[in-house]
Write a new protein. Structure first.
Length: 104
């Protein structure tokens, strides 16, 4: 497995890898799977080198673009899921409106 594949898999799992100075940092909403953590550890040096080399937008290669596209797809899917939930809730509210009660 290549470093780019590990980064892409991490992004798909909601784990964001970035460099903070020379340190590799992870951001995730939940604990990543142990298998993913093992892959990140195994390819740490390659991942750091890849992220360091791709710090400028003009230096992005096909693998980095694929990672960005995977992240955009994940965000879009989450947005569509939340939008569907809101539409469903909205439809339920308008299907059974509650009449206003005025206290006198």
């Amino acid at each position: 497995m290549s470093a780019a594949t590990v980064i892409s898999g991490a992004a798909s799992a909601g784990v964001y890898l970035e460099l903070d100075g020379g340190l590799l940092k992870m951001k995730a909403a939940a604990k990543p799977p142990d298998r993913l953590l093992a892959e990140i550890r195994a390819h740490k040096a390659e991942i750091v080198a890849l992220l360091r080399d791709q710090s400028k937008p003009e230096d992005l290669d096909a693998a980095a673009i694929a990672v960005k596209e995977a992240e955009m797809d994940r965000v879009q899917a989450e947005f569509q899921r939340q939008l569907a939930e809101l539409r469903e809730a909205n439809a339920k509210v308008y299907a059974n409106p509650t009449p206003w009660k005025v206290k006198s």
